[in-house]
Design a protein around this ligand. Structure first.
Ligand code: AKB
Length: 320
């Protein structure tokens, strides 16, 4: 049972998702009750000034243990990870951070009797032999990036801690996340954020994926809603304890360009696919998220054009 008095830890709070989720949790649970932790100080003033912040590296279990002892967290959101494109540059370190970090957090949550734990998985758990359209919840998983391999293994660890030790861990397989407040860091889906910035700043964008590359994506406010809906669902409704498929929109670079051109008719795009194309080609194009819809009522709100309208409006305002 969660209450508004819960004390909450967000690890990776300065990242693309963490910075928005932390602010949302502070609105719900009170600023003082949500501790933001990251390896660097927040750059965003609203995040920095609105509540407690702790420097902590997820690989430093002793430092994390001090925080758990000090604050007696009831909920923990562990978001720190190295994403798909960056992970390929240093696979062993990506594996270490993504895996050892998760196990450090799961162990501390068990030891300190944390009531609910959230850990994000990704569409990167799927691979070239996975059905690419309407990818089912349970299907072939043969990821071929180190990020995807670590997320797939992480899912198994989460289910294992739930089954063996009763730890209430919950997880979502996020598609590419698109928001205006923070930039993503080193993923294959990052183009879908960069393109809005470049459309406003330069009126042109060079895309690192080809024009017809379809990928599953989601607007940040839908991702926050899904995360909180899942974390607030009664435990018996959370039937998938590895990670839930989650879907909102699928589009290609060509289609997002057309969506932006409704507002900026002169906007142009060129294509120069790089190594991220191979990663994108191994991922699904659309996701079947019926388990999330059935079990805890998931329903996205934004489609491509409503997302574009909101992104451009907010980015323009932020530039004034
Ligand atoms: C990435 O591109 O690596 C991430 C993801 C889909 O998990 N955005």
């Amino acid at each position: 049972m969660t209450t508004t008095d819960d004390t909450i830890l967000v690890i990776g709070a300065c990242g693309q998702l963490g910075s928005e989720l932390t602010l949302e949790l502070r609105k719900l649970y009170g600023n003082a009750n949500v501790v933001a932790a990251d390896i660097q100080e927040p750059k965003q003033a609203d995040l920095r000034d609105s509540g407690p912040f702790a420097i902590a590296d997820v690989l430093d279990a002793t430092r994390l243990a001090d925080l758990f002892t000090q604050y007696k967290f009831k909920q923990v959101y562990h978001l720190a990870a190295i994403l798909s494109a960056t992970g390929e540059k240093n696979p062993k370190f990506a594996w270490k951070l993504n895996m050892d970090g998760l196990i450090n957090v799961l162990d501390l949550c068990l030891e300190h009797k944390v009531e609910r734990v959230y850990w994000p998985s990704s569409i990167a758990v799927f691979g070239p032999n996975t059905p690419r359209q309407d990818t089912p919840q349970h299907t072939v998983m043969d990821p071929n990036t180190i990020y995807g391999i670590s997320k797939q293994a992480g899912e198994r660890w989460c289910e294992y801690y739930f089954e063996k030790y009763g730890l209430d861990v919950r997880s979502l397989r996020y598609p590419g996340l698109i928001g205006w407040k923070a930039l993503p860091g080193g993923g294959t889906t990052d183009y879908a954020v960069d393109i809005y910035h470049q459309a406003l700043d330069k009126g042109t964008y060079e895309c690192f994926l080809s024009e017809g590359t379809y990928l599953p994506m989601m607007y940040m406010s839908d991702a926050i809603k899904a995360t909180l809906d899942l974390m607030h669902a009664p435990a018996e409704k959370v039937k998938v304890r590895s990670s839930y498929n989650l879907s909102a929109i699928s589009f290609s670079p060509k289609e997002i360009t057309a969506s932006i051109q409704r507002h900026i008719p002169d906007f142009t795009i060129t294509y120069k696919p790089d190594s991220r194309q191979q990663i994108a080609d191994s991922w699904p194009q659309s996701i079947d998220d019926s388990a999330a819809r059935q079990d805890w009522g998931w329903q996205p709100e934004f489609d491509l054009d409503t997302m574009t309208d909101d992104m451009l409006l907010n980015l323009k305002e932020a530039r004034i």
